[in-house]
Design a protein around this ligand. Structure first.
Ligand SMILES: [Zn+2]
Length: 241
């Protein structure tokens, strides 16, 4: 067998597992099959972030059927919920003279100020009613410290306080994460960047996210994620058997 033929034979016949993701023969068709060491992270698919909510992401509700479909391919699913106190430090209304989408300086650095959103226990903070991820094993709430925001599911905005998610995933042998949800350029990007930095092979499923895109934030987020080694894929790249 010539080298090229042999290589093709090996590619087609071998089921390869890299960092918890298996690339079976269907890899040739560009499909990724999440294995038992992969987890789907569904970021903030809550009423507050879809049209009709307090901080709506344009077309945010469109991620729901995409996430529902790919979630069937995962054994491990983590769902996050933005979960703020009344008068939270990230709300413009908390800061005299400030309007939503302006910035202010907090103890840990610059903070974008948002409309009041995702207040603990409100319908606005509930998960979207059509989100169907019955395999979800953890619902991780974040942003519940009054004076600290948390875009990332792993670490709060002070860059010191851990949510514990990395420990949870590592103790369960998870090596790879696929990040979806809202919004691409804030909570999804920060979650993906932290995941990668903390040692997880990290994919963002682009069509399972929607963006806020504030002053070019979406483009900047993709550039930053690419530079740090976060992989950008589409839901059609995942083998949903
Ligand atoms: Zn928030």
């Amino acid at each position: 067998m010539q080298t090229a033929q042999r290589r093709r034979f090996l590619l087609q016949s071998a089921a390869l597992t890299v960092a918890g993701v298996s690339f079976p023969a269907s890899w040739a068709a560009g499909k990724i099959k999440p294995g038992e060491r992969a987890a789907l992270i569904v970021v903030d698919v809550q009423n507050c972030f879809v049209p009709g909510g307090t901080l709506p992401v344009a077309k945010g509700d469109e991620v729901v059927p995409v996430i529902n479909r790919i979630a069937t391919a995962f054994e491990n699913v983590v769902v996050t919920q933005d979960w703020h106190t009344q008068g939270h430090a990230s709300f413009a209304s908390t800061h005299a003279g400030k309007k939503p989408f302006e910035t202010t300086q907090l103890s840990y650095g610059q903070q974008v100020l948002w409309p009041d959103h995702c207040v603990q226990g409100t319908d606005d903070a509930a998960l979207h009613k059509d989100l169907k991820v019955p395999k979800a094993q953890v619902i991780l709430r974040k942003g519940f410290h009054q004076h600290v925001d948390s875009y990332s599911a792993f670490e709060e905005a002070d860059r010191k306080t851990s949510t514990g998610l990395a420990g949870y995933l590592k103790q369960r042998g998870i090596k790879t994460v696929f990040v979806t949800g809202l919004a691409t350029d804030f909570c999804v990007a920060w979650t993906a960047l932290d995941a990668k930095r903390l040692g997880f092979e990290t994919y963002v499923v682009e069509d399972a996210t929607r963006a806020i895109d504030l002053n070019g934030s979406l483009d900047a987020a993709w550039k930053n994620m690419k530079a740090k080694g976060v992989k950008r894929i589409q839901s059609s790249d995942i083998d949903v058997a």
